[in-house]
Design a protein around this ligand. Structure first.
Ligand code: AMP
Ligand code: MG
Length: 355
């Protein structure tokens, strides 16, 4: 299969019809697959109500079939086509956060095929704010099932080039709408529980949700793996987001972290290894790694998150054996960023000793 790559403007207005978008809409209507930008990461889209289309998504990604897809919609009226028993609290949250980077889990309508929900009786639904995604949904009239557009186990794609790297030849079309605004996946909130539960942290934080509906819980399996606790979002149990190199997060006071990383780099280099460092801008010049990649300024968490997966892919391209990363815990979006970073690092965390 030849994958078509098409550039589309992300400031689409109705006055600017785009041939590429029309072509993508036709592909979706006829059961094909289109990768498209969203404000979180690139999605690999197919018709959510067509079992053959969602089947193809699993095949293209090499994704385990028990890991359900998120259904993307452009109009609130479409929610009840896929979901039932929608609580009042969900409408309050939708009013505030849609379109945007939050996904809700509801009981599913019978029309949603098992292949879209990984055999579950529930369905995940999101309304993206990205204008290309929105226009694709509107033009195709299709409810789009879309997981992230990467090969399973690779870092999620935040540009069309990443999608190309992973899925060229396996899907029908890639819409190139530039880099993603947030760069990490949506918050997932399970609305089927009496107290809604965050299954995956993201840019819509626990605090932001609680401001609108009161108490919200965090799934204990969503964070570090703890004994035999299973995460409730099936996808959270798979090793995800991982670069090929072995990665460690180094925590502690800045000067201790820098000293500790430089010492570890020396040890690895002495053993003949190439070492990468994921650094904030301010500290970057103090490091002595083979490849120092700046993820952003510590004060700008959106920049850090938008760059994170691109940096992990970059380390793979530069062929390092080990990566040491600073920690990004503590800030407003620290839970969301660290959730991805910890997974990428296989939960390997080193405390930098203070001297
Ligand atoms: P991705 O789009 O690649 O981030 O994958 C979608 C995520 O949503 C995965 O982690 C899934 O396990 C999760 N998800 C989708 N549908 C459901 C559902 N019905 N219940 C729980 N988690 C879900
Ligand atoms: Mg994914």
């Amino acid at each position: 299969m030849n994958t078509i790559m098409a550039e589309v403007a992300s400031d689409i207005t109705e006055a600017e019809p785009s041939e590429e978008l029309q072509q993508a809409a036709e592909i979706l209507k006829s059961g094909g697959l289109v990768a498209f930008p969203t404000e979180t990461v690139y999605g690999l889209g197919g018709d959510a109500l067509n079992p053959a289309a969602s089947q193809k998504i699993y095949e293209a990604k090499g994704r385990p079939s028990d890991n359900p897809l998120i259904v993307h919609i452009a109009r609130e009226e479409d929610l009840s086509r896929v979901a039932r028993e929608i609580p009042e609290a969900a409408y309050k949250l939708i009013d505030v956060f849609w379109p945007g980077p939050v996904t809700f889990i509801f009981r599913k309508q019978p029309e949603v095929p098992d292949s879209t929900t990984g055999g579950l009786d529930t369905v995940a639904v999101r309304m993206p704010s990205n204008s290309v995604a929105h226009e694709l949904l509107r033009r195709s009239g299709v409810l789009i099932a879309a997981p992230s557009a990467n090969r399973s186990g690779r870092p999620s794609p935040t540009s069309a080039a990443h999608v190309w790297e992973d899925l060229n030849g396996k899907i029908d079309m890639i819409l190139d709408g530039g880099s993603c605004q947030y760069g990490i996946e949506s918050t997932i909130l399970d609305m089927t529980e009496t107290v809604p539960v965050i299954l995956r942290p993201g840019f819509v934080t626990k605090e932001m949700l609680e401001e609108v509906i009161g108490e919200v819980a965090m799934d204990r399996g969503a964070d570090r793996p703890a004994g035999n606790i299973r995460p409730k979002a099936p996808g959270m149990k798979y090793t995800h987001y991982a670069p090929q190199a072995k990665m460690y997060i180094v925590e502690g006071q800045t000067k201790n972290v820098v000293r500790c990383i430089n010492r570890l780099v020396k040890e690895r280099q002495a053993a003949g290894c190439r070492v990468g460092i994921l650094a904030t801008k301010y500290n970057s010049l103090a490091y002595e790694g083979d490849e120092v990649i700046v993820v952003g300024e510590r004060s700008d968490e959106v920049m850090i998150s938008a760059n994170l997966y691109r940096c992990l892919r970059e380390f793979d391209q530069r062929g390092v054996d080990y990566i040491y990363s600073e920690s990004f815990a503590g800030g407003r979006f620290g839970t969301a960023i660290m959730n991805r970073l910890l997974k990428a690092a296989g939960y390997r965390v080193i405390q930098a000793p203070s001297i």
